[in-house]
Design a protein around this ligand. Structure first.
Ligand code: NDP
Length: 337
């Protein structure tokens, strides 16, 4: 059906995970454009963020019903608004981190979770920021509030979360050590402010070889390790901490960490271990908006640089997933409807 000028069309392209599996289970299909209900905005998606959690949902690591439109992050323009969406209007530019079905031309976003995008911020940058940016923000300010002079280890320093977290940690006065897998990624990590970069792919035994390198680079061990890599780095991360340090296990890019003997925290130096998730640090609108506003302000002031490392057409979502899982991406990966 042809849409009248300004109104949304009847159908839109969307990427669905048809069953649990590899990138090949992703299919581009035409689906009905959703109708916004109470408290909901209908948004024309300018760019959708690709995140590791999308791959967990696609592969079955996190359970979802199939078929299901993937994606939860993006930015775009409001084209319709249901009742109870005061504060937003048709034509507004918004971004979001948690609207299911964002790999599509149109998506419904709860007004409660929509972020007003400042006029000077490009919609691609706005789409690149919410999920990884809010994550970097809560990790650096709340999970472990980084203090001036702290020694910090960030794994996957050239990744989406890694580049943003490095910048926020440096801005808070930390000395930041990162791990990366290539020299090109090392350069990006240094440009984000990392003081010392370790290529962990050159090490044959991460658990034995990485901790001494980190200890040498951090005057005896890190106050905090942000470990988004998970299975492959977990043991090395624990051994890289100084006494009473904190391991923030924030992801599983290499696989999930198996069950853990809590006595290891005792014998390794009264360590802390936490496994945080974004939803618990943006549970209220006030907290969500406060974090997002700080990020947007930092971008506007030139204090935070957002790297969009790759853009794929919506139809090539499978290639985007393969690149992310294959360690071939840096910064943010976007899908463009
Ligand atoms: P990244 O851009 O960081 O991509 C993942 C990176 O992990 C790769 O580029 C790679 O960097 C590194 N890596 C190391 N080993 C592997 C492996 N075996 N397979 C794939 N990648 C590997 O992704 P994101 O920034 O989107 O997310 C990073 C992590 O943070 C994810 O695990 C994600 O689930 C998690 N996350 C957690 C949140 C939370 O609230 N807890 C919220 C958002 C993200 P290199 O080549 O340098 O090794």
């Amino acid at each position: 059906m042809t849409a009248s000028p300004g109104s949304p069309p009847a159908t839109t392209a969307a990427v669905l995970a048809t069953r649990a599996g590899g990138p090949e289970v992703l299919e581009l299909r035409e689906i009905p454009v959703p109708v916004p209900g109470e408290g909901e905005l209908l948004v024309r998606v300018a760019a959708a963020g690709v995140n590791f959690i999308d791959t967990y949902r696609r592969s079955g690591v996190y359970r979802i019903d199939y078929p299901s439109v993937l994606g939860s992050e993006g930015a775009g323009v409001v084209v319709d608004a249901g009742p109870g969406t005061e504060g937003f209007a048709v034509g507004d530019r918004v971004a979001w981190s948690d609207a299911p079905g964002s790999y599509a031309g149109y998506v419904v976003v709860p007004a409660e979770r929509a972020l007003a995008v400042p006029a000077q911020i490009d919609l691609e940058v706005a789409a690149a920021l919410p999920l990884q940016g809010l994550t970097a923000h809560y990790l650096a300010t709340s999970t472990y509030p980084i203090r001036d002079g702290d020694q910090v280890l960030v794994h996957a320093g050239a990744g989406g979360v890694g580049l943003l977290l490095t910048q926020l940690a440096v801005a808070r006065g930390a000395r930041v050590v990162t791990t990366v897998s290539t020299e090109a990624k090392a350069e990006l990590s240094r440009a984000a402010g990392a003081h010392h970069v370790i290529n962990y792919r050159e090490l044959t035994d991460l658990s034995a070889e990485l901790p001494p390198l980190v200890r040498a680079a951090t005057e005896g061990g890190a106050h905090v390790v942000y470990d988004s890599v998970g299975k492959d780095t977990f043991d090395a991360s624990l051994a890289s901490l100084r006494r009473r340090g904190m391991l923030v296990l924030c992801g599983g890019s290499s696989g999930q960490v198996p069950p853990f003997d809590i006595q290891r925290l005792n014998s390794s130096g009264s360590l802390y271990l936490t496994r945080p998730t974004l939803g618990d640090y943006t549970a209220t609108r006030a907290e969500l908006v406060e974090r997002a506003d700080e990020l947007f302000d930092a971008v506007l002031a030139g204090r935070l640089s957002v790297r969009v490392g790759a853009r794929f057409p919506l139809a090539e979502a499978a290639a985007a997933h393969a690149a992310l899982e294959g360690r071939r991406t840096t910064g943010k990966v976007l899908l463009l409807p």
